[in-house]
Design a protein around this ligand. Sequence first.
Ligand code: SAM
Length: 410
Amino acid sequence: MKNYHQGELFEAVEQSYLENNGQLTQQQLYANVASQLNIDPSEHIGSAGKQKNVNLFYRKVRWVQQSMKQKKLLTQLERGIWTLSGTAKERLHQINEAKSVIAMSTNLGIVICSTSQAVFDNDIIQEDIDLVLTSPPYLLQKQRHYGGDYTVREWVDFVVEVISKILPRLATGAAICLNIGQDSFVQGQPARHTHIERLTIALEDDLKLSLVDRIVWQSNKAPGPYAWCSLNRQMLHTGYEFVLLFTNNPLALKANNQRVLLPHSKEYQNFVRNGGTKKPAINSDGAHRKSVGDYSKADLSKGKIATNNLYFSNKCTHNEKVNKYAREVLGCPTHGAKFPYKLVEFLVKYLCPEGGLVLDNMSGTGPVGEVCQANNRRFICIEPILEYIKQSFIRYTSLTDEVWINPAFR
Ligand SMILES: C[S@@+](CC[C@H](N)C(=O)[O-])C[C@H]1O[C@@H](n2cnc3c(N)ncnc32)[C@H](O)[C@@H]1O
């Protein structure tokens, strides 16, 4: 079976459209691309997730096709497309609001340089999305390089607007997973904003989404808030952030906790091996009854269901590699709020079946794309800042040869 590179596929699809003035049926496109690459499509039958006997070549052509020029994505960057943002020292280039440019693609996904709103206003995404996993700019008093100087109401309106534009593209039972920091304070006071509660209610009331869970993500983040803990001593250190989990259809939710089972503790393993419950008991006013021998037949080989109280360290070798690349090779600012790889890996596996499509519409340096590439999920990452996109490429080049980088982003 002859194989081909992702970059060749892009060129062949583009060439077919150019030669035929964009007038091609789907079958003609497949045939044209196959002949340019000297490929026999019938040799490329395989599985995609749970689907068997899928023509993987046709699937890849469709994937490339949807990300190409005829879907309003440019491959050339024009003059005047960037606005400078960030501090005077750390200048960042942000793409102009209405533009969308494909920056990179692999055999499983694409990275688009754009705002989320522009991509969905222009109907660029044509496939159903199974999981939205993202982290919107935090509500901060001091502006980060990439934004975040909103009032509570503006911030809620912004996030609701962004999500509302994605809704028509979601598969039934899709999960929408939002990591939101809670360190946002009323100016000059040890009092937290209620932005998380307000956002939850707005997503439920205005967008008719259902809240599946408020997952707690604990980490070893630096102690704070400094002013209210270390100086005036009124508050406790913040030990967790929320990952809010919503869906458009709770009964059809594509989540499966069996994809993220955790090892059993030594104590539990010993308890099961030693015959389980020793004494009968009735707890919680009869709600929980235990008989002698309960749990003795539990299957220890599979692992236990995770709780919604997760711990993942902020220290992440994947992100350290991206930082090093940004500083030493690209000479550009690093991103200050990256998702650790292991948290993303847990959420992607839990919430999206293999072969499914994951969107991170505020993707920063792209850990969601990296996890998807490593775990056979398709992905779309959207980020408006050039420097963050460029540093994200290093995540993919070590995972696959099939990386196409838009020459304008090299
Ligand atoms: C909290 S950061 C996400 C970081 C990312 N999860 C990572 O691990 O690198 C939020 C990102 O949203 C981007 N952003 C801000 N406004 C946006 C918009 N309208 N559309 C898409 N992305 C946006 C920012 O540039 C920033 O990189």
